[in-house]
Each structure stands twice: as C-alpha cells, then as structure tokens.
Design a protein around this ligand. Structure first.
Ligand SMILES: NC(=O)c1ccc[n+]([C@@H]2O[C@H](COP(=O)([O-])OP(=O)(O)OC[C@H]3O[C@@H](n4cnc5c(N)ncnc54)[C@H](O)[C@@H]3O)[C@@H](O)[C@H]2O)c1
Length: 254
C-alpha cells in the first residue's frame, strides 16, 4: 500500500536521479538536495571535471559524465552510462540551459539555434532516451526547468522565451502521453536565480530595477528551486502532472 507519511514520501534512498547541467547553479543545488535525501546522482554536464563534482556530493557512489547533450547521440549515451552504473533511472531533471540575450532584430542564427538546441531540443531528446527506464521505474518523474520568461515578455528574451515556452508545451504532451506508464512530467518556472547565468543576465542597474518589481523584494536562491524539484519528484506529488510550478516571489501575479 502507498504510504502518504512525510518520511515515506520524501525518502529518496536508492532512487537514481539524472540531472543535466548538474555541475553548476540550479542543477548542482538539485544534486545536493537529492543526495542529502539518499538518492544516487548521475550528473551530465559540459564541465570536464563533472565526475569530481559528483564525487563531492553528500553520500557515495555518485556518477558524473562529461557531455554536450546537444550533440547527436549524446542523450542516449548519457542515459546508457547512467543505466550501466546504477541499473535504473527514477527521475530526470532537464536543467541544462543557456541565456543569450539580444534584441529580436539582431539575434543571430547561431544564437537562436544554440538556444533552442540546448534549452528545448536536448530536453526532449533526454526525455525520449530516458523513457524506457522511467517507465520501468514504476513511478518515474521528469522535471523540466522552464522560466518566468516562458509565459511573459521580457526584453531581449525572444530566443530564450521561445525555448522555454516550448518546454511548457512539451511538458503537457509528455505528461498526457506518459501518465499510463506511471510517469509524471512537470515544469518549474523560476524568476531570476542567483547563479552565474542569472547574475550575468541581470547584472548592474537592470537587476536592481528588476528586483524592485518582485513582490518579495529579492531574487531566488538555487536551493529554493532545487527543493521545488524535490517536491515534484517525491512521492508527495504523484497526482501532479503537466503542471508548471512558478517560483517567482510573486512577480508574474501582478
Ligand atoms: N539563473 C536564472 O536566473 C534562471 C531563471 C529561470 C530559469 N533558469 C533555468 O535554469 C536552468 C539552470 O540555469 P543556471 O542558472 O543554473 O545556469 P548555470 O549557467 O549556472 O549552469 C548551467 C549548467 O548547464 C551546463 N550546460 C550548459 N549547456 C550544456 C550542454 N549543452 N550540455 C551539458 N551541460 C550544459 C553548464 O555547463 C552549467 O553547469 C537553465 O535551464 C536556465 O534557463 C535559470
């Protein structure tokens, strides 16, 4: 019988969690919180030292694989490597992403294509590659990191917004199609998060002005996004699928 006690729902001992972009920022915070709850982590990242970063997580036996997940065959290779190491995958966190911010009239083909390739296409290919393992897991979970920019207009965000709006659409279709396989698929849409990406995108006066518009008066910390991921991946959230959890200090309710 399913137990709905807090401890059972949030006990991730023995679960295998695959995180893209797990070497820095939000992805690394996700890895930390899951590792603290007893999960085994598989981190895929461009960072050549990703195996060392995985080894530095709480607990033992974590795994890191250096990969550019936009390259042909890489999502499949990453999933196969995680399966070879752990024999199962319970949770996929599609987190790797970039923000190249330019006014729409000057966005280059390269910037557009790279943004869509990482933020959207690679997320889909990771989900498709992980599907057999997630459906075998029994209560598989996918959490896609979107953004407030997925559903509001922010200056210089055209490529980023297109990629993240695509994530929300993809999340709903995968949720509907894969519910029968016991997999839930959800998105999280943060406001600005204090990571390298966030600090670069909102440096200087732009960030100061933007922060004033957020009702809680501050940006998010990576751990606040990670704990929202943990919730959606936990046994507490089995009835939630196709949803977009907005973590924005109230910015987009205005
Ligand atoms: N920081 C913010 O303000 C913010 C706000 C909303 C949404 N997000 C989203 O959160 C996610 C994480 O952002 P972050 O702020 O932690 O960024 P970050 O730049 O701090 O970290 C991103 C990580 O992804 C990895 N990565 C990038 N491209 C990759 C690729 N092709 N293959 C493998 N790994 C790759 C990087 O090496 C890095 O470790 C992104 O999807 C981003 O769009 C961030």
């Amino acid at each position: 019988m399913t137990s709905f006690s807090f401890d059972a729902a949030f006990n991730l001992t023995g679960k295998v969690v695959l995180v893209t972009g797990g070497g820095a920022g939000i992805g690394n915070a996700v890895a930390q919180v899951f590792a603290e709850r007893g999960a085994h982590l598989a981190l895929a990242d461009l960072a050549p030292n990703i195996a060392d970063l995985a080894a530095a997580l709480p607990g033992t036996g974590h795994f890191g694989i250096a990969s550019d997940i936009t390259k042909p065959g890489e999502p499949e290779r990453v999933v196969a490597a995680a399966l070879e190491k752990f024999g199962r995958i319970d949770v996929l966190v599609n987190n790797a992403g970039i923000a190249i911010l330019e006014s729409a009239e000057v966005v280059t083909d390269l910037a557009w294509d790279r943004t869509i390739a990482i933020n959207l296409t690679a997320s889909f290919k990771m989900a498709r590659a992980a599907f057999p393992a997630l459906s075998k897991a029994g209560a598989g979970r996918i959490v896609n990191i979107a953004s407030q920019a997925a559903f509001i207009a922010l200056d210089r965000h055209v490529a980023y917004t297109a990629s993240k709006a695509g994530i929300l659409g993809m999340t709903k279709v995968l949720a509907a199609e894969w519910a029968e396989f016991g997999i839930t698929v959800n998105a999280i849409s943060p406001t600005v998060v204090e990571t390298e990406l966030g600090r670069k995108a909102w440096a200087g006066d732009l960030g100061v002005q933007f922060k004033r518009k957020i009702p809680v008066g501050r940006f998010a910390q990576p751990e606040e996004i990670a704990l929202a991921v943990l919730y959606l991946a936990s046994g507490a959230a089995g009835m939630i699928t196709g949803e977009n959890l907005v973590v924005d200090g109230g910015f987009t309710i205005q």
